[in-house]
Design a protein around this ligand. Structure first.
Ligand code: FAD
Length: 306
């Protein structure tokens, strides 16, 4: 149920054009599936972010952060309360050997800016479709590099709406995880410490990684990328392939024929179908190989009311 008092307060804080009601979230997600948000807010300043957190606390209203939507499945019943997206806070600025990027900037664009400034260290991120905030949240990584290797510090808002300056070590960054969810931090910006490099060499690495990605991943269909984390001692894609699951379809969701670690939204899948297929893959791999596949993608939101 939409609370009009909350709507008016959000408009007072972030102005009318930045507050939407009953927003279709599938338009903001790489999977192109899922329900609606009661409120969808896109603040333009750090202070607005702080005020929105304080409002949510005061009104005791649920609050969810959405980055670039490339590692999230939102259930078909959508999300109650406030969904905040920081896409309008997207500046990227170089300073000597450092780059500071606001949380709504794409990590791909941050990596391109590093190339432009002839700085090396962020090449691994040149094809990761998340925002800077989402990349810190899960210590995104690829081809041997990860955020942990280059992040120096960040600015976050805590649960009380206060700004904190944190060193990278304070985020407990590890394989596809951090303490950001446990602390309820909202990342506002990250500063990356890089090294001076050669433009042609940096570009060659980025071109090579882009070629590898485009030739191996089913980028022609909507998906959330790799669904599962790499289980110790195995590769998720190989286990799924060896379980004979490639091409398995539930409704419009399919285990990709190009890369078994991906589940694609082939034909207008619902979130329910996509999640059912994830669970089917987990159960089959457990039964055949005794290996538990842990999800990399986050699933949030509510089921459709019956
Ligand atoms: P979202 O999906 O929007 O959100 C993910 C989580 O981050 C949510 O819980 C959200 O609340 C939280 N979050 C978002 N912004 C903030 C913020 N500002 N402060 C606090 N929390 C926040 N990942 C890799 O690591 N390596 C890869 O090579 C890779 N390849 C991919 C390829 C494809 C085709 C796709 C679709 C995805 C891929 N991913 C990969 C997954 C994804 O891009 C990363 O996980 C990325 O870091 C998610 O960022 P996002 O902004 O899209 O986050």
């Amino acid at each position: 149920m939409i609370n009009h008092h909350v709507y008016e307060e959000l408009v007072r804080i972030a102005s009318k054009q930045n507050v939407l009601m009953n927003e279709c979230l599938k338009d903001h997600l790489y999977t192109k599936l899922g329900g609606k948000a009661d409120f969808f807010v896109t603040p333009e300043t750090y202070e607005q972010v702080q005020q929105i957190v304080k409002l949510a606390n005061k009104e005791n209203i649920a609050f969810t952060l959405l980055g670039n939507g490339s590692n999230l499945i939102i259930k078909d019943g959508g999300i109650r309360g406030i969904v905040m997206n920081l896409g309008k806070l997207n500046k990227i600025a170089g300073n000597g050997l450092k780059i500071t990027a606001q949380s709504g900037a794409r990590i791909i664009d941050t990596s391109r800016e590093a190339l432009h400034l002839r700085l090396t260290g962020l090449e691994f991120a040149c094809g990761i479709p998340g925002s800077v905030g989402g990349a810190l949240y899960m210590n995104a990584g690829a081809y041997g590099g990860e955020i942990k290797d280059v992040l120096e510090s960040c600015i976050v808002v805590d649960r009380n709406g206060e700004l904190l300056n944190l060193a990278a070590e304070e985020l407990a960054l590890d394989y596809r995880t951090s303490n950001i969810p446990d602390n309820g931090y909202i990342v506002l910006e990250g500063t990356f410490a890089l090294q001076a490099g050669d433009y042609e060499e940096i570009k060659a690495v980025m071109d090579d990684l882009t070629f590898k990605r485009e030739s191996k991943q089913p980028l022609e269909y909507p998906s959330c990328g790799s669904v599962f984390k790499r289980p110790p001692g195995y590769f998720a894609g190989k286990l799924i392939q060896d379980s004979g699951l490639q091409g398995k379809q539930i409704g419009g969701a399919q285990v990709s024929l190009k890369h078994a670690g991906f589940i694609v939204n082939k034909e207008n899948a619902t979130a329910t179908e996509y999640i059912e297929l994830i669970q089917h893959v987990q159960a089959t791999v457990k039964e055949k190989f005794g290996v538990r596949l842990e999800r990399e993608v986050r699933i949030i939101g509510e089921d459709l009311e019956k």
